[in-house]
Each structure stands twice: as C-alpha cells, then as structure tokens.
Design a protein around this ligand. Structure first.
Ligand code: HSE
Length: 381
C-alpha cells in the first residue's frame, strides 16, 4: 500500500523511522513512497518533494498521512486527498477539531476512511478504545491529561521547584511542544483534544470557543506550595460529560489528590479515562507527545486501513456546552480578590478558595475580574 506522507518533522520523521525499519511483514507492506517537505533543507531523502501535487495527483498513492500540523494548508490537502478517493490518517488535532464535520462527510461521500488516533493522547490507543466501548454502551464521561508539554512542565515544577520557562524550553527541545507553544500552555491543544474526544465518545460536536479553557501560563511556585500543604498535585485536565440537550466540557488545571491515579502520571505522559455503565472507569496511560509514540499511533491507523477496517465517519450532532452541573471548589489567585468575595470560603491574601459553585458561575466571575495574571484551578474534594 503506497502512502504519501505530508510533513517530515517530529511526527512525520517518526513515521518513516518505524515503517522503514520494522521487520513485521504487514508493516513492510506500508510503503511511504513520497514525502512532502517544507523547504530545500529538508530534501534529505530521495522520496522527498516540495510539490504536494506529486502526492495528490499520484494514482498509486492510496493513503495520505498528514503530519504537518496547523490549519492550512493541511486542511486543504486533506480535503483534496479525500475528494480524490484517498484514505487519510492525521495526527493534526487543531486542523481536525476545526474541520472534522466537513472531512467526515467528504470521507463518507468518497467511500474512504479518515482516522485520527494520533491526534489525541499521542501513542495511547484512546480513539480505538472509545470506539470499542461504544460497541456495547454509551460513554458517560471522560477526563484526561491530554498534553505532554504542560504535564512535563507541571511535573518538573512540582518535583524540582524549578521555573516555568526553563521547563518549557526543555519540552521544546524534546519535541513535545507545538511550533507555537502558546497552543500548549494556554491549553488550546487540550481544547482541541477534548472536543475530538467528545466527537468520538458522545458523537457530539461543539463550538470550540464555547469550551471554557484555562491554561498554565500564570502558574507559579506558590500554587505548588499551596497544593503540597493540602496533599494535592496540579494537573491540566480536559473533561466531558454527555447530555441530551447539552454537554459539559471544560479544560482547566485541577489540584488532584495525591492518591488519584492521575497524580502519578508525570513527564510527557498522558492519562485518559472513560466511564461507562459496565466497564466503569477505564484509564489508559502512555506517552502523549514525542516523535515515536505519536508516529506509532499513525502507523497503527495505516495498518487498520491496510487491513480494510473502516473508520466511523461520524456525522456528529451539534450541541451547546453547559457547565452548570460541574459543581466544585475553585482556587483563584488574582489581583482582584474582591470580585470573588461573595463566593469565597477562605481567603489568604490574593488567593481565594471558593465555596462549592458551578463552573459556569466561576467563568462569569473570572471574565468580570479582567485580570490577565489570574490563575484558576479546580480543587478536588
Ligand atoms: N504539543 C503536544 C503535547 C503534542 O505536548 O501534548 C502532542 O499532541
């Protein structure tokens, strides 16, 4: 099966590293025949080309693996590949979270598959397992550490007391961070993965801007000190709960209890958990970022296509996001503590621990505080 690979960066080079060297007979049949690269400095392999038409117009290429990242031109190339009857595998959560509805429809119209295992949770077989659970029962809720960069930063800060910036630089050096790392630290990357998980788990599509999204760019050593005093560890989570009229979805740092399984998931590891009636809570842990783990998921999708497994080309239903039912205590560090006075259970200087209130209410208060340095987190009970 001939494959056209779009992108030869962190993930794309991992794909060729696996397919070119794997001794397994079926994997040897996955032939990456052409590779689209960005510029001449990347023309390191005879298969490389600077012209996408060499791939999209090649009738022998059955599958396009998109590992470019970013919205455009990735979206246009993927849409064209599907439109010309090629299967697609993508690791690009940003592009797929924005365009999955259009791309599922194109895949359906053209009788081909689009698979996106590598887009969420790196190498963890998360989408595959959600699909398996759904064969028996509805998925009721999920939560996850979906970002390797921020988990690396948070766990290094917790372990060593080191500063945010030096750990971000190391995460970039290790190939975990996005080209624009604000996608990681402001948690847009987790928002895309949370939205895609809702697509797979709940068959539900939401407006990405309606997912409350809080990142870690304002996290400070004092937040870790507060957590330690209270037996809590800070993790950035994406979470969701199914509903008929609306879904609950949010992305926020959470102080988890030290006994929580997520508290011990460190470095670039991700942990993702689904909850359903008979399986109950199922947790999957693995490397969520990095070249080979993410490429592993791409190659697994390619093998599934080679073996003739259809993807679910879901036509998701549109639902609003409503977080009224998420009732928690929140940790708010802010220059405007007075804004939170009415909901405060405890106040110590510029740190407020709220009473149990809804996430919808805390969102409204945070917006009205207009404090760009504010740091907010859920406090697990
Ligand atoms: N920047 C992403 C992360 C890469 O750190 O998790 C994997 O999606």
């Amino acid at each position: 099966m001939k494959i056209g690979l779009l992108g030869h960066g962190v993930v794309g080079s991992g794909v060729t590293a696996i397919t070119d060297s794997c001794a397994v007979k079926k994997v040897r049949r996955l032939e990456v025949s052409k590779i689209l690269v960005k510029d001449e400095s990347e023309l390191t392999d005879p298969r490389c080309t600077l012209n996408v038409e060499d791939i999209l117009e090649d009738p022998d290429i059955e599958v396009v693996a998109e590992c470019m990242g970013g919205l455009e031109p990735a979206h246009t190339f993927v849409a064209r590949a599907l439109g010309s009857g090629k299967h697609v595998v993508t690791s690009n959560k940003k592009m797929f979270a924005h365009y999955c509805e259009e791309l599922f429809a194109l895949a359906e119209e053209n009788g081909v598959s689009i698979r996106y295992e590598a887009s969420c949770g790196g190498g963890i077989p998360w989408m595959t397992n959600l699909a398996r659970v759904k064969r028996l029962e509805a998925i009721e809720s999920f939560r996850g550490i979906f970002n390797g960069t921020t988990n690396y930063i948070l766990s290094r800060m917790a372990e060593t007391g080191s500063e945010f910036a030096e750990n971000l630089a190391e995460a970039q050096r290790l190939g975990y961070a996005e080209q624009d790392p604000t996608d990681d630290i402001d948690a847009h990357d987790v928002k895309y993965k949370t939205a895609l998980t809702a697509v797979k788990a709940f068959n539900t599509l939401v407006d990405l801007d309606s997912i409350p999204t809080y990142g870690i760019s304002n996290v400070a050593a004092e937040d870790f000190s507060w957590g330690k005093e209270h037996g809590l560890t800070l993790k950035l989570l994406g979470a969701g709960k199914a509903g008929e009229e609306a879904v609950s979805l949010y992305v926020m740092p959470v102080f988890v209890k030290s006994g929580d399984i997520f508290a011990n998931v460190n470095a670039n590891y991700n942990a993702v958990q689904s909850d359903s009636r008979t399986l109950g809570e199922a947790v999957y842990i693995g490397q969520g970022a990095g070249s080979l783990p993410t490429a592993h998921a791409v190659v697994q999708d390619l093998l599934d296509i080679y073996q003739g497994q259809d993807s679910e080309n879901i036509a998701p239903k549109h639902l609003p996001v409503n977080n009224d039912s998420v009732k928690e205590q929140f940790y708010i560090r802010t220059q405007r503590p007075e804004v939170f006075a009415e909901v405060a259970a405890e106040t110590a200087g510029n740190v407020i621990i709220t009473k149990e209130i809804s996430l919808s209410e805390v969102n409204r208060l945070i917006s009205s505080a207009e404090d760009r340095s504010l740091f907010a987190a859920i406090v697990s009970r």
